[in-house]
Design a protein around this ligand. Sequence first.
Ligand SMILES: [Zn+2]
Length: 319
Amino acid sequence: MGEHVDLYLPHHVGLQPIRVLNNIALYRLIHERSTVIKLLSIAVKNHGLDPEVKLIQGNDSLKIIGVSGRMWRTPYINTEKRLEAHETFLSLLWILSYSIFVLYSEKYCYPRLPDYKTNPKYDNASERIELAKRLYRYGKQIVVDFIDWDKNELPNPEKYIVQELDYIGQTKLYYTEAYKFIMYHELIHAVEHIDKISKETDDKTKLDFEIEADEKALKILYADVHQGYKFIVKCGSVISISSAMLLSSKIKGSTHPSFIERLKMVLEFEKTNDDHFAYGFACISIELWAEQWSVDLDANDDLNDCERFEYYYSQLKNK
Ligand SMILES: [Zn+2]
């Protein structure tokens, strides 16, 4: 075992290892784009949004038990018009970022490299895949029943061995983009939809609002991003959609677009130099979803990442 890094400091607020990223993620969420500050001030001035984005701490399952109405502790605008994110949801987003990134790298990406069979750095692929799957199982666990994140056994953002630094560091990039996409989506609801929605609003209108929130969140996310970084943004938005896939076997609901159409939309939103990474992430998300919910999905190992996504899309779009 190598030397451990422990990033926890007393000023980190929260009970779960994700707490070490909360300050920086929140800072980047709000201050990275001038449009976000503008939208926030419109939401506060014109629509009564609380100016504080609140991080809720607690060792709670993602599923809300015993309260009618809200089912999940996913980010939302509460009845006091405050934008909230619960730390269990943020943990889950990090877990998905790590699992999807590692599974894609080890399963599809590295085996295509010319030195894959001869370079010893790829020797422990099966152990790493197993570790990513164990972490993913932990994620599924806290959706329904919270238990502590085992910081000594499972990958996490707070405490890890030095040799893990590269994986943990890359995960943080994807996680931050996924987090921003979800929160910008909520911010768009706060600016555009909060005063237009009521008990009488029909499903078609709600569906249109969801699509609009996705599209406008993506516009904020990509604004002024360097071309070489855009694929990270795209991978992040794929991960954020996979967080919804973890909660339901359904492909589509009445008030939200289907996950397969949402994936297609974020994948095709803007061309990037390394699009295939995000397509690969989407394929892993779909495979994890199909396995979780025992859905038959035909795989074809001769396809590249983009073709594989299209193949899955053709199987799921009419289901
Ligand atoms: Zn929404």
